[in-house]
Design a protein around this ligand. Structure first.
Ligand code: FAD
Ligand code: PHB
Length: 391
């Protein structure tokens, strides 16, 4: 098979890239390791920056988002029995919206399928050959080895993907911090309440309460790095959430059946080598943020906007100058955003061996964000997200 752009990975980065290239008349094939069912059901992110919402609107895949997305007027911080709300509307009405990543992925998949464009599930990419000239993607599909010849390859295959391995000296250009804890993510059929929604610092560990609609709660608990999900019953999970998020604030959590559980290790990671010949990386393939900033999907969308512009220039005008600038430009947004996500992790989690002194220092940061005008601005601007640099 042949195409102009081979896209590895049908996560938000790969699917959106396919959609933007389509709008510019560029052919692409998306190759995805997992099954269609798995990809559509994978529950992950949910907090969207205005730039992400605007991008999905611009490319005609925001009809359901506009109907079901929940805009945030504020963000609540909880700590030491204090509960503080930080107004979240930025300049020009910029705000954050809650809408599940699984729905974004579904919207993009259904659109691609309705347009009759190639999207191959159950197809694991094993290698990319000839990256500096005319790349060939090698993948397995239905037990058979297949090839896809391309003018360009976009590695949108996430942190564990294969594309980054084709960047020369990737390790020498990579920076990583693995945090000594994980998040236990839960989706529950339980009524949400603005009273208990927000980020919570507790001496028992972080808790986050978010939503996916009026009747669906999205919750997270800090757990040990090697946490076994089977070690807690649903009642124990609700008890722990109540201890961290509700009881000391005089509130009650609405309980309900837990319909999805997953554990994710927290890490910050950046690979600055994002382009080599005719291969470029975007999204989690070249950076990962701890979810405490709710930024990974938003960063992926920013990368794809910049990369798509570079690919269009390369393939339609034979101009590779934007591609050469893509990493520097994207990193201008990636580094501060990774830094912010790590700061959120530093402030809200209880670290192994943490002393009362360390906890007081965390309270000081929370005091600054909640009660100081400059602190509120710092918190709001970081949560609302950085503007996308322009070529
Ligand atoms: P992925 O979504 O990882 O997609 C990569 C795709 O490539 C996958 O489908 C994978 O199966 C496929 N693939 C991998 N290897 C191969 C191969 N060899 N061949 C073919 N296909 C392959 N971000 C936010 O912005 N806001 C949030 O609120 C937020 N909350 C989060 C909460 C949790 C618990 C987690 C885990 C993440 C959260 N994130 C959040 C981060 C966000 O989910 C990721 O940053 C986002 O999924 C990145 O998209 P991507 O397309 O780059 O990578
Ligand atoms: C979510 O709604 O899934 C969510 C909220 C806050 C985070 C991460 C994810 O930090």
């Amino acid at each position: 098979m042949k195409t102009q752009v081979g896209i590895i990975g049908a996560g938000p980065a790969g699917l959106l890239l396919g959609r933007i290239l389509q709008a510019h008349g560029i052919d692409a094939v998306v190759v995805e390791r997992r099954s269609r069912d798995y990809v559509l059901k994978r529950i992950r992110a949910g907090v969207l920056e205005q730039g992400t919402v605007d991008t999905l609107r611009k490319y005609g895949v925001a009809e359901r988002l506009d109907r079901e997305g929940l805009p945030h007027a504020d963000m609540k911080l909880f700590w030491k029995g204090e509960r503080h709300s930080i107004p979240m509307t930025g300049e020009g009405g910029r705000r954050m919206t809650t809408y599940g990543q699984n729905k974004i992925v579904e919207d993009l998949v259904l659109r691609r399928e309705a347009d009759g464009l190639p999207l191959i599930f159950d197809a694991e990419v094993k290698a990319i050959e000839n990256v500096t000239d005319r790349p060939v993607i090698h993948y397995d599909h239905n037990g058979e080895a297949q090839t896809l010849e391309c003018d360009f390859v976009a590695g949108c295959d996430g942190f564990w993907g294969v594309s980054r391995k084709h960047m020369p000296d990737a390790d020498a250009h990579s920076f990583e911090k693995v945090f000594p804890f994980s998040w236990f993510g839960l989706l529950a059929e339980a009524k949400t309440s603005t009273e208990t929604r927000g980020f919570c610092h507790s001496e028992r560990g972080l808790a986050v309460s978010s939503s996916r609609g009026p009747d669906v709660s999205r919750l997270y608990l800090q757990v040990p790095p090697d946490f076994d999900m089977a070690s807690m019953s649903d009642d124990q999970i609700w008890d722990e959430l109540s201890l961290r998020l509700a009881n000391q604030y005089g509130k009650t959590l609405n309980r309900g059946p837990i319909i999805d559980k997953a554990v994710v290790r927290l890490r910050g990671f950046i690979c600055e080598k994002m382009v080599h010949g005719r291969l470029a990386l975007a999204g989690d393939a070249c950076h990962t943020v701890p979810p405490s900033g709710a930024k990974g999907l938003n960063l992926a969308v920013g990368d794809v906007r910049l990369l798509s512009e570079a690919i269009v220039s390369l393939l339609q005008e034979n101009d590779d100058s934007k591609l050469a600038r893509y990493p520097d430009l994207a990193l201008q947004r990636i580094w501060p955003t990774v830094h912010w996500s790590c700061t959120m992790s530093d402030v809200f989690h209880i670290f192994p061996g943490q002393t009362a002194f360390d906890t007081r220092r965390q309270y000081e940061v929370l005091n600054f964000w909640a009660y100081d005008e400059t602190g509120q601005r710092v918190f709001r601007e970081n949560m609302l997200g950085r503007p996308l640099p322009q070529y």
